[in-house]
Design a protein around this ligand. Structure first.
Ligand code: NPQ
Ligand code: MG
Length: 369
């Protein structure tokens, strides 16, 4: 039980250590909305995983800001004394906008758990103190540059390499990486850049012994994903298509994928992420924790989620240094064995550093009752 007294929104900008190119665009800076929520007993933090532009999904920072400020924050401030289980109801009148909802829900859960002195990992029923880490590599300018990046991340200890692909920069690039690294766990992510007419590309990728092919087709097309899955041997994994536990159940029933990427921000927060996990675990479908280039706040949440029992594959839970020279929180560091510690303190276990907040805040606004 907590009563929310104040909510503060902050737009944060952090430079990336190297540009990150996907099939939908190139980022040079991580810009996101942070929610700071104050209850009668504690403070909590949530990070919105939307980006500057609506390229990954329909949501984007300026839109999320308005949804948070004008719809979600007032509803929560009006709700009075509420529990985590009440949150779905408090926000039910706002359709969609899962990334904005996730930021608010995660901030409330963080504050509620901090007030009780319980860690997010413990609340989720996590069983591991450390999780195995993978890394996602953006589309490189040349194959030589890609091979060099792969070598560098393998030397750091990453246990799975994921290559971003797009039409024309796919089969040959993957073959080159596989030829240079016969034994590694390797996957690709298309971010929905292909159509079912490209089935030959995916049949050609079957020869590269990939762990999975992530989100080849449009997010709304579960039926075509099922058709593609029947036409290839490699397991499909869905990311953008899975926005709820109901979506996961539908994709599994249709045969649209054999693996699910869980991102708490994409599915509307940590509570729904746990339901997606439960649906997949019950169906025997392996899951792994995706990443959205999160600051330390979102990174802490991801680590707690990734420690749950159904997370049997290395996720995109990379070290802070993969993306930032100087994170918003104390940096998350990966050991040479390719694992990272799950925060054990109350709530998400970390807080933004005040000096870094001051340096990186682009805009701030308070919502009071
Ligand atoms: C994915 N992430 O799995 C995403 C996509 C992605 C780690 O591969 C700014 C903010 C840029 C979020 C680029 C990884 C982004 C972003 C790509 C998310 O599909
Ligand atoms: Mg993806």
């Amino acid at each position: 039980m907590s009563t929310v007294r104040a909510i503060e929104l902050r737009l944060i900008g952090l430079p990336l250590v190297r540009p990150f190119r996907t099939s939908f665009g190139t980022s040079t800076e991580k810009v996101c909305v942070l929610v700071r929520l104050v209850t009668d007993a504690a403070e909590g933090w949530g990070e919105c995983v939307a980006d500057i532009e609506p390229g990954y999904s329909e949501e984007f920072n300026d839109g999320a800001w308005l949804v948070l400020r004008d719809h979600l924050a007032p509803a929560l401030l009006r709700a009075g004394d509420v529990t985590i289980d009440d949150l779905d109801g408090v926000f039910a009148h706002v359709r969609g906008n899962p990334m904005a909802k996730a930021a608010m829900i995660d901030a409330f859960v963080d504050a509620d758990l901090r007030a009780r002195g319980e860690s997010l990992a413990a609340w989720l029923g996590a069983r591991r103190a450390r999780v195995a880490c993978g890394v996602s590599i953006g589309i490189a300018d040349t194959t030589a540059a890609l091979l060099e990046q792969v070598e560098g991340y393998l030397a750091e200890g990453y246990r799975r390499i994921k290559l971003k692909i797009e039409p024309g920069l796919d089969v040959e690039r993957v073959q080159a990486v596989r030829a240079a690294n016969p034994g590694i766990a390797l996957s690709v992510d298309a971010n929905a850049a292909y159509s079912i007419d490209d089935v030959a590309v995916f049949q050609a990728l079957d020869a590269s012994d990939l762990l999975m092919i992530e989100q080849p087709l449009h997010h709304a097309d579960l039926v075509r994903h099922a058709e593609l899955q029947r036409a290839i041997d490699t397991d499909l994994c869905l990311d953008e298509s899975i926005r709820s536990a109901a979506d996961a159940a539908a994709a599994i029933e249709l045969g649209s994928c054999r693996i699910v990427n869980i991102k708490q921000g994409r599915v509307g927060g940590i509570v729904e992420a746990r339901r997606v996990h439960d649906v997949c675990l019950a169906a025997g479908v392996p899951v792994w924790c995706g990443g959205m280039l999160e600051t330390g706040v979102g990174r802490a949440q991801n680590l707690a989620l990734a420690a749950m029992p159904g997370f049997t594959l290395p996720g995109d839970t990379s070290a802070s240094a993969r993306y930032f020279l100087d994170d918003l929180t104390d940096p998350f560091v990966m050991e040479p064995d390719g694992t990272m510690a799950v925060p054990a303190g109350p709530g998400i276990g970390v807080s933004p550093r005040l000096d870094r907040l001051a340096e990186t805040t682009l805009r701030v606004e308070s919502v009071a009752p």
